[in-house]
Design a protein around this ligand. Structure first.
Ligand code: DI6
Ligand code: FE
Length: 412
């Protein structure tokens, strides 16, 4: 085979690659390897010696990875990154004994973030979201999913998604947006649920879809939020508009949300602390990814972890995300979420890392392009100073990320 480096824009040598390509080697590992980029894409993967030789003959820029591990750019596939205010006072109330539900009934909880988000200027929302995004990015995150759902009126839902899209223009990161119109019933519709659902699944969604502001839709399908039937209305509307669906399912109770997700071929079903075997089998058959959110489980001091053994047995792809939100997961560390997914839920480090790369890409419908290191895929990758990849799930509060390449370009 003749190989040419003439059209490479750069090559990283002296690296260990964890390609995350499923196969015999754990993590798809390649020791002493090199990876070359052309434009936004991965152009070549081979040995460090070959990479250096080819690059030298063609005068290509060589980056010395100095023994670092290179992984696919991490993907946080479930966040509520855009929101106003915080809920620190509620955190203190909860530690004095108040429950999440009591606080919500007294007008706090999601409703208090809705008020703060409506009151915040677009600039304020953008500034605080960018601050959170930078923290994720510092750990090697290159794609972030961002939901609306704290506006719950036409104007603010739209504004949240515009801010989410704006992040991608301001920062070297990719964003996937999700319209979460069915997150909570806003106070002004307390006596008319039906009117709210009709508006949120009708004209608001249509306007957002027409403006190209949503890559998908989501609903909080739960005893304290929206019913199966209400969620169905959103999913039917999304189907008519050609938008993929995802769902908050089984966070507090099993009301059949996973089965509904499977029926609609959802990209993901998220949380899943309460999921039966039938639900797991249906998710597997539909190819729906189970997104586990251990930081929300931790913050709410939940007792029953998701049924990981049943998910494995059924063959459901598992992803892990931060669920970054002010109420139940004030977390801007995907690495911490990975550590918690191992310690609290019993994932292996390899499963956890697949959950933040290849399976997270699948949950967002971008697996053709991202989530593994393969020739032709987007050159999104992160360099870490590690002995071996499992360390990414082991260390608490460390950040071994020493470099990030997004769309083929090294970040400063
Ligand atoms: N599940 C959650 O954990 C968050 N939303 C959801 O659907 C909670 C959001 C909040 O308390 O602000
Ligand atoms: Fe969430």
């Amino acid at each position: 085979m003749t190989e040419t480096a003439l059209d490479w824009d750069g090559v990283w040598v002296g690296a260990h690659l964890a390609t995350m390509v499923p196969g015999e080697d754990p993590y798809g590992s390649l020791g002493d390897a090199a990876i070359a980029v052309r434009g936004e894409r991965i152009a070549w993967i081979g040995t460090a010696a070959q990479g250096a030789r080819l690059a030298a003959s063609a005068g290509v820029r060589v980056h010395d990875a100095a023994g670092a591990w290179i992984l696919p750019g991490l993907i946080d596939c479930h966040t509520h990154l855009v929101h106003g205010g915080d809920r620190v006072a509620e955190f203190e109330q909860r530690l004095r004994g108040a429950s999440y539900e009591e606080i919500a009934r007294a007008g706090g909880g999601i409703q208090s973030t809705v008020r703060a988000t409506r009151e915040a200027s677009t600039q304020e929302l953008a500034t605080s979201a960018a601050r959170r995004a930078r923290r994720l990015m510092a750990e090697g995150v290159t794609t972030i999913e961002v939901k609306s759902g704290y506006g719950l009126d036409r104007r603010t839902e739209r504004r949240m998604l515009e801010v989410a899209r704006g992040l991608e223009r301001e920062l070297p990161v990719s964003v996937r947006t999700t319209y979460l119109g069915l997150h909570a019933l806003p106070a002004e519709y307390r006596d008319d649920r039906d009117a709210y659902v009709a508006a949120a699944c009708g004209p608001w969604l249509e306007e957002i879809a027409a403006a190209g502001l949503a890559d998908g839709v989501d609903a909080f399908c739960e005893s304290i939020a929206f019913t199966i039937e209400e969620t169905r209305r959103l999913f039917d509307a999304a189907r008519r508009l050609g938008l993929p669906v995802r769902i908050h399912a089984g966070q507090l109770h099993d009301i059949g949300a996973a089965e509904l997700a499977a029926q609609y071929g959802a990209q993901s079903a998220d949380h899943l602390e309460y999921l039966g075997e039938q639900g797991a089998r249906r998710l597997a058959a539909a190819g729906t990814v189970a997104v586990l959110l251990p930081c929300a489980y931790f913050t709410l001091r939940q007792r029953d972890p998701p049924p990981v053994a049943a998910l494995r047995a059924a063959g459901v792809p598992i992803a892990v995300a931060t669920d970054c939100n002010p109420g139940t997961s004030p977390c801007t560390s995907l690495l911490l979420a990975l550590a918690m997914s191992c310690t609290l839920f019993g994932l292996t480090p390899e499963e956890a890392l697949r959950g933040a790369t290849v399976n997270a890409a699948r949950a967002l419908g971008v697996a053709a392009d991202r989530g593994t290191l393969e020739v032709g895929k987007r050159a999104d990758f992160a360099l870490y100073r590690l002995g071996r990849p499992a360390e990414l799930c082991y260390a608490l509060g460390a950040n071994p990320c020493i470099g990030v390449v997004h769309r083929g370009r090294p970040r400063d």
